[in-house]
Design a protein around this ligand. Structure first.
Ligand SMILES: [Zn+2]
Ligand SMILES: [Zn+2]
Length: 282
């Protein structure tokens, strides 16, 4: 088999393949050796080969004998995940062996099924996150996956049926219209302290606001990418003025406040809510 053909087979498989897959496809040991010698493929470990340009994360997981899993897989699928320690999570399958990996900070997953190389599918990766990470990390990722159209109704039902019981309420609380991971996080935290929240409320004369609390306090959360630049700031000020004229209060928080100074955010919201309602608002 030509080296070009071996490259093609690897390309179909996210850049990584087992020796037996190449042999099954018709490559001989000499063909594989020739491809390695020419630098067209590299040996990741005994019997596992990759294209030099394969995704480094996929290659790391393949070196362990499995697929990129859990939070690492969701990040690679383009799902919004909370920042955290950047340790590779690897799915080795139900019967997967752990290969020696000195000085590695990986986290192994052994969920049932046969792990191949590449990325664990979104719905299984979410279940792994439900088992492996905290409630907030799971909730934020789940809402983001839903919003991005990566979870069909059947996927959501399946996830609900297999996540640990302590995580099921999060699946029930989730919505498919959260604008950003930050919004998901704020809603979950407010619900957890007993504040009822209406997300994505359309207020005539103001527009769609992120959250309305007790019918009178608007809470807006500005994601990392948005809200930089003078014109957007001006737009926000116009909205706040329009809301104030209708008797609404507005509080705005950014990523750093929500993620690193939540106590400040919570105190501000509770203080505003404890004030007497404005006479203009019924
Ligand atoms: Zn994990
Ligand atoms: Zn490792």
């Amino acid at each position: 088999m030509s080296t070009a053909r071996i490259i093609e087979i690897l390309e179909w498989r996210e850049g990584v393949a087992h020796r037996r897959a190449l042999i099954r496809a018709g490559a001989s040991k000499a063909d594989i050796a020739c491809a390695i010698l020419g630098g067209a493929i590299v040996r990741l470990r005994k019997g596992v080969y990759a294209l030099p340009a394969a995704d480094p994360l996929v290659a790391v997981a393949a070196r362990h004998g499995g697929a990129v899993a859990c939070i690492s897989a969701l990040r690679a699928h383009g799902i919004w995940v909370l920042d955290g320690p950047n340790r590779p999570h690897v799915w080795l399958g139900g019967k997967g062996r752990t290969h020696a990996h000195p000085d590695c900070r990986c986290i192994d997953h052994h969920d049932a099924g046969r792990a191949t190389f590449g990325l664990t599918p979104v719905r299984l990766a979410l279940v792994q996150v439900a088992q492996c990470c905290d409630a907030e990390t799971f909730f934020v990722a789940y809402e983001s996956a839903w919003r991005l159209g990566k979870l069909a109704p059947a996927d959501r039902q399946w996830i609900r049926s297999v996540v640990p019981a302590r995580r099921r309420w999060l699946v029930d609380l989730a919505r498919g219209d959260a604008d950003s991971g930050l919004e998901s996080l704020v809603r979950l935290r407010l619900v957890r302290i007993g504040i009822s929240v209406e997300p994505q409320v359309l207020i005539v004369g103001v527009g769609r606001v992120d959250f309305l609390l007790s019918g009178r306090l608007i809470v807006e959360v500005d994601g990392r990418e948005n809200h930089d630049g003078q014109s957007l700031r001006h737009k926000d000020l116009v909205r706040d003025a329009a809301a104030a004229a209708l008797g609404y209060d507005t509080l705005r928080f950014d990523y750093a406040l929500v993620v690193y100074e939540w106590a400040t955010v919570e105190r501000a919201i509770l203080a505003r809510l404890s004030r007497a309602p404005h006479p203009f608002v019924g």
